[in-house]
Design a binder for this molecule. Structure first.
Ligand SMILES: Nc1nc2c(ncn2[C@@H]2O[C@H](COP(=O)(O)OP(=O)(O)OP(=O)(O)O)[C@@H](O)[C@H]2O)c(=O)[nH]1
Ligand SMILES: [Zn+2]
Length: 362
């Protein structure tokens, strides 16, 4: 019988637990009890403290550098939570909201040496749960007994690393005809990744030939731009512009990838917008939160194109990384079709930052 969850299913459970503020256990050579800093409660912080060892807050190097804490682990910093620190302290280490008005003061007690691979896994999990990339951890012996006693999800780190790094497989769930303003010959396909993450969509216009390069757009979800007509970015006009061009040419495919906020999720994007209101640019804001500039996995787009039977595209983009990723994943980019639309006084600085720091072509 195979009722027990496999590693992919365990990881999906772990992400759900972390979002809900439930601890998980990671087991490698050592073992760690892990909670997301963002969803920690006063009661669970007290429970962690009752285990008799000081908890450690794990931050990415970007967040640590913002706090002027040296990230001795390269991409990470492990900082011991002082005895007198409360929940506010833990949250403020994770969340840059009050960095300017109530700066966190060191010196911090930062761990050096030893193995940080479980800490790294903890950060990967909180990131994929779309929480702030900060975890509270405590080493524990006997992970199986502790997990069983408290009914916690136990993750085998040896299996988790490769499972997270692997390309998630997707399967088509449903498709139907969808007449749109841009074209009456539309068809919407829904794809569901087998790792339990968000579904993604493909909008096929007309009946594009599979034997020649298809006019294609990989659009990352932007609730604020696509739905609300935000003037802070160019996403809404790019979405409509791409569909309209496909409608005019009579054929094309637009992938609507649910990778909101360049993969950090809408809540974190709004945190980034609040930092932008304090004067930081789009890249600096991501870093202050502890994220990379861009956390998207572009393999998903290539996988959907392949599933639809396309292997060559005329890609509508200004982002050279998207073109490079398509080529790397075996989708040839026969042509780049520029998509320069929707410039406003409010997004001029944002677009200039993308050109300067992220290599966008203008
Ligand atoms: N983190 C973050 N994400 C943002 C910000 N502004 C827009 N976004 C997100 O950026 C993404 C933009 O996606 P795309 O337009 O597909 O990608 P792109 O990298 O700009 O490339 P092209 O438009 O193809 O040239 C969307 O997921 C938006 O939600 C911001 O200030 N911070
Ligand atoms: Zn946008």
């Amino acid at each position: 019988m195979a009722f027990a969850p496999d590693i992919i299913e365990d990881l999906a459970r772990a992400r759900g637990d972390l979002r809900m503020g439930v601890p998980i256990m990671l087991r490698g050579t050592d073992s760690l009890l892990v909670m997301a800093a963002e969803s920690l409660s006063v009661a669970r912080l007290a429970d962690l403290r009752s285990l008799g060892k000081p908890p450690v807050v794990v931050l990415t190097s970007h967040r640590a550098e913002t706090l002027k804490a040296t990230p001795y682990d390269g991409d990470l910093a492990r900082i011991t939570v002082p005895d007198e620190a409360d929940l506010w302290w833990v949250r403020a280490m994770a969340d840059p909201k009050h960095d300017m008005d109530v700066p966190m003061k060191g010196p911090f007690q930062i761990a050096r040496g030893g193995d940080a691979s479980l800490h790294r896994l903890a950060i990967q999990l909180v990131k994929t749960a779309h929480l702030l990339p900060a975890a509270l951890v405590i080493p524990l012996d006997n992970p199986e007994a502790f997990a069983a006693e408290h009914r916690l999800t136990l993750i085998d780190a040896g299996l988790a690393g490769p499972a997270i790094a692997a390309e998630a497989s997707l399967h088509p769930v449903a498709a139907a005809r969808l007449p749109m303003v841009a074209s009456e010959a539309g068809r919407l396909h829904i794809y569901r990744p087998e790792d339990g993450n968000e579904e993604h969509y493909a909008i096929e216009i007309g009946n594009p030939s599979r034997d020649e390069p298809v006019l294609a757009r990989l659009h990352s979800a932007c609730f604020t731009g696509d739905v609300l007509g935000s003037l802070k970015c160019d996403c809404g006009p790019q979405l409509n512009g791409a569909l309209n061009q496909m409608g005019t040419e009579g054929a094309g495919v637009l992938l609507y990838l649910n990778q909101e906020g360049r993969g950090i999720g809408l809540a974190n994007k709004m945190r980034a917008y609040a930092l932008q209101d304090q004067g930081f640019d789009t890249v600096e804001a991501n870093h202050r939160l502890g994220f990379e500039d861009d956390e998207r996995d572009f393999r998903i787009g290539a996988a959907i194109l392949r599933r639809l039977g396309f292997n060559s595209v005329r890609l509508m983009t200004n982002n050279p990384r998207k073109m490079a990723m398509m080529e790397k994943m075996g989708i040839s980019v026969a042509e780049r079709v520029p998509l320069i639309l929707g410039q406003t006084p409010q997004n001029a600085a944002y677009l200039a930052t993308k050109a300067k720091k992220s290599g966008h072509l203008l």
